[in-house]
Design a protein around this ligand. Structure first.
Ligand SMILES: NC(=O)c1ccc[n+]([C@@H]2O[C@H](COP(=O)([O-])OP(=O)(O)OC[C@H]3O[C@@H](n4cnc5c(N)ncnc54)[C@H](OP(=O)(O)O)[C@@H]3O)[C@@H](O)[C@H]2O)c1
Length: 261
């Protein structure tokens, strides 16, 4: 990683020198229990997009951590809105990252999990058509798949009228997908927060002002505020900040518990 922008830890204990990929992977890690990590990038003034996409906010340090977080997960959860809008391609990992997964007893690639109530999905989209592992789609009981979708993905029906995210995540865990990484988008993040399913937020803050217009990283119906302790602050040499917030095991409600008021 010698030609990459240096990333250093500034909190809680400042670390001397730039972090290597193995050190970064260890700082984020895999939880020793079922865990949902959410990853977003925002501008310094809180925008979720620049010119309609996340790409303009994401510099090289963010892309590096984004890839490492993919390496660490079992299931990569994304809302249909983001999948469609950002034109998601098949989940690919570099050979060193696949080797890291093999060494840690994991399959070479995480499973893509798409959340869609409508099933307005294109089976020809590369995220499905070129997927190295057959994707899963969390959907409603009565949703009708478009022609060809069930040839490239398995449907997981969880909820009569809308996708029951708690039931959906429980089913993913039943299938061995314990470490989940959600890459958004804002409506899915809002719904996961409302259901108290978020264990961790990894937030990259890009050093720029996007100005008025774009939304926030969360959207949907208002809900109760939830405390999420800060775990680390990393800073890249280009001014990008990478914040990791996570609750501890003792703060996690037991499976099936009603969301906190
Ligand atoms: N800055 C970042 O890090 C970042 C990350 C991700 C996305 N984004 C941006 O966010 C924007 C997309 O946001 P969006 O408003 O479309 O929100 P979204 O959360 O990406 O997608 C919403 C859609 O996902 C499905 N969905 C989400 N939550 C669901 C739930 N609880 N139950 C059932 N289905 C659910 C539905 O799909 P169906 O319509 O198929 O039912 C819904 O219409 C894009 O501009 C993208 O660039 C930014």
């Amino acid at each position: 990683m010698s030609d990459s922008t240096a990333i250093s830890r500034v909190w809680p204990a400042p670390a001397a020198g730039p972090l290597t990929d193995p050190e970064l992977a260890a700082l984020y890690g895999r939880a020793g229990r079922p865990h949902l990590r959410v990853n977003f990038v925002t501008s310094a003034d809180g925008a979720v997009t620049l010119d309609g996409y996340s790409e303009g906010l994401s510099g090289e340090p963010d892309k590096r951590v984004f890839g490492l977080l993919r390496m660490l997960c079992d299931g990569l959860v994304v809302a249909a809105g983001t999948l469609r809008h950002e034109g998601y391609r098949a989940v690919r990992l570099s050979e060193p990252r696949r080797a890291w997964r093999r060494e840690h007893g994991l399959v070479e690639y995480p499973t893509l999990v798409v959340v869609s109530g409508s099933l307005d999905l294109d089976p020809a989209q590369a995220a499905f058509a070129d997927a190295p592992v057959r994707p899963l789609v969390l959907t409603r009981d009565a949703a009708e798949p478009p022609p060809g979708l069930t040839e490239v993905a398995d449907l997981v029906r969880c909820g009569p009228d809308r996708v029951d995210l708690g039931a959906g995540l429980a089913e993913l865990r039943r299938r061995g997908l314990d470490q989940l990484l959600c890459e958004g988008g804002p409506h899915l993040f809002g719904a996961l927060t409302a259901a108290d399913l978020v264990d961790e937020l990894c937030l990259t803050v890009a050093p720029l002002l996007a100005g008025a217009g774009p939304g926030r990283i969360t959207a949907g119906d208002a809900g109760a505020p939830r405390r999420l302790p800060l775990r680390h602050v990393l800073a890249a040499a280009d001014g990008t900040l990478m914040l990791r917030y996570a609750r501890g095991p003792q703060e996690k409600p037991p499976a099936g518990a009603a969301p906190a008021a």
